[in-house]
Write a protein that binds this ligand. Sequence first.
Ligand code: NAD
Length: 420
Amino acid sequence: MIITEPVHTSPLTSARQQLAKCIDILGIDPGVHERLAYPDRVVQVNSPVRMDNGSTKMFSGYRVQHNNALGPYKGGLRFHPSVDIDEVTALAMLMSWKCSLVGLPYGGAKGGITVDPRQISVSELERLTRRFTADMILIFDPQKDIPAPDVNTSPREMAWIMDTWSVNKGYAAPGVVTGKPIAIGGSLGRFEATGRGVITMTDELLRFKGRQMVGTTMAIQGFGNVGSTAAMLGHQQGAKIVAVSDVFGGIYNPAGIDIPAAMLYSKANGSLAGFPDAETISNEDLLLLKVDVLVPAALEAVITDQNADRIKADFVVEGANGPITPAADAILEKKGIIVVPDILANAGGVVVSYFEWVQGMSQLFWSEEEVNDRLRRIMTRSFSQVANLVTTRDLSFRMAAYSIGVGRIAEALKVRGLYP
Ligand code: NAD
């Protein structure tokens, strides 16, 4: 009997499968594998919130600290109905590999609240964010664990977290979060950093394959921080963005979408739906378009064994974390589709979060050009390290990236030893 993977593979199962594959390649000690397969700490809080109608409602929130062999825990906070310990743990593991891969002195963490922010008012959201922060007061810390934005969180939420933590501690602590507004110590270039990194990696891959950005066709799923910035920068650099989408669906124009107009439209209307000069396309069909580059930049597990054999892009650049399940990854590899993995493709965000943290610590702020230039150098260096392994060891981009990320943490664990 052929056992096929269920459509909804747990994100943690996927993350552990990828880790096991990499451990095999590297021949890493089973004790280290055991340590890396589990997070260091899992924290759940249940935060009571006074709702606008006077009632009280409980919301579950999480912080998972995966591994801090290389430095303080670092990772985003997600506000979404699907947030649970399993998902947050998987994302925390990815953060460990990502920080290590691009050479940051951070460990991996992730957090979130199980909530659909669109179903509550802004004042309820603020009270929830502040209460969650107070409940995590012993966990978040500029020296220990530094959150950042992720799905449905933005500089606004980071400002509430920074303020709540600072008020409770009795001093202003800008270093407790990154992705803050510029007015309270945010870094220039942070907002666009992840999408900028996605486009830098797309450009590097195209060059690696002897191609170029100008005229490249792209489809991008997700039009939030990552997707809309990638669309804008890709458009500015001469790519033809033929399709973009948000949670409500997508728009498609084979002649190329006017991205600046789509940005304005989405801001004014809260969604891309109804954008003129484009046909409607579903999120599922967007993934199947015949384009040069497909960028999934919304949620995880959108490319599975159920649709992988129908993907027609030459390249997939993972803007989102974990958009491709391991079974789908194997199918894409067999089809010769090159995938730039999340831990490389979307690392730009955490790189500039690190710059923000460093600037805050030293109270010395950099120009946007300096931020973007340093980001580009780190991203291109990381790409060439990965591409080098792809060529010399005949690995997929994912396994090459994992080998570097996981390998450095394994080395750090080895030299630090096991206490006691
Ligand atoms: P965001 O909240 O700004 O945007 C998410 C986008 O996805 C929105 O356009 C939303 O409408 C769309 N979306 C939500 N559910 C969808 C669905 N079911 N189908 C299609 N589209 C859907 O979030 P973001 O910060 O852009 O994050 C997107 C992805 O990138 C996530 O996987 C996140 O973990 C990853 N990421 C973000 C950053 C960052 O700096 N923000 C860094 C690294 C990785």
